[in-house]
Design a protein around this ligand. Structure first.
Ligand code: HEC
Length: 163
């Protein structure tokens, strides 16, 4: 059940593409944060099949994903949201600056979860084996990955225009 939820949430993230090509017009800090977010999406997408039992589990890849997430969250993410930066084609909501402490604390949570993923990537995990969903859900890294995906989606639900 847990894994099904992870798979569904991850699928939602992976299909998280902008509705039109408008985003190619983004400039400055809006473009920088869209690029950062797209990089996170690619990272999540690269490891999702391992947690779904659809690709061999590779510790180094999971560890690298954790490090990437760690490096692009926290202040590295929130500094790309200067006050009232809502220029076209941004999908950010003004609520970000009304609830700035909550917004930044979510970005910080993501940063520490990235570190947890890097740390737990190799724990109890066999290298190069495609895990069954039953086994995959027992891995410490799976629990962390699930939290990461939840952190992405819940921040989007709160602070980004629905697509
Ligand atoms: C602290 C809140 C927050 C967290 C955490 C967060 N995001 Fe975002 N994300 C946003 C906001 C706000 C936008 C809209 C930015 C804009 O359009 O200006 C966004 C936009 C995006 C986009 C669309 C980018 C584009 O080209 O328009 C993708 C993809 C994305 N996020 C993926 C992720 C992934 C994957 C994670 C987790 C690993 C994540 N985000 C974590 C707030 C967050």
């Amino acid at each position: 059940m847990v894994l099904v939820a992870v798979a569904l949430a991850a699928a939602a993230i992976v299909s998280d593409d902008p509705p039109s090509l408008a985003h190619s017009e983004a400039k400055g800090v809006i473009k920088e944060r869209m690029d950062l977010m797209q990089g996170l999406k690619d990272t999540v997408k690269a490891v999702t099949p391992m947690f779904k039992g659809k690709a061999p589990y590779e510790k180094a890849k999971v560890k690298a994903a954790g490090k990437h997430i760690h490096a692009h969250a926290g202040a590295d993410m929130t500094e790309l949201f200067p006050k009232d930066s809502l220029q076209h084609p941004s999908d950010a909501l003004p609520k970000i600056w009304d609830d700035w402490p909550d917004f930044t604390s979510r970005a910080k949570d993501l940063k520490s979860l990235g570190k947890d993923l890097a740390r737990t990537a190799g724990k109890s995990a066999p290298e190069g084996v495609t895990l069954s969903p039953e086994v995959a859900k027992l891995l410490p890294a799976t629990a962390t990955f699930k939290k990461i995906v939840k952190t992405c989606t819940s921040c989007h639900e709160t602070y980004r225009k629905p697509w």
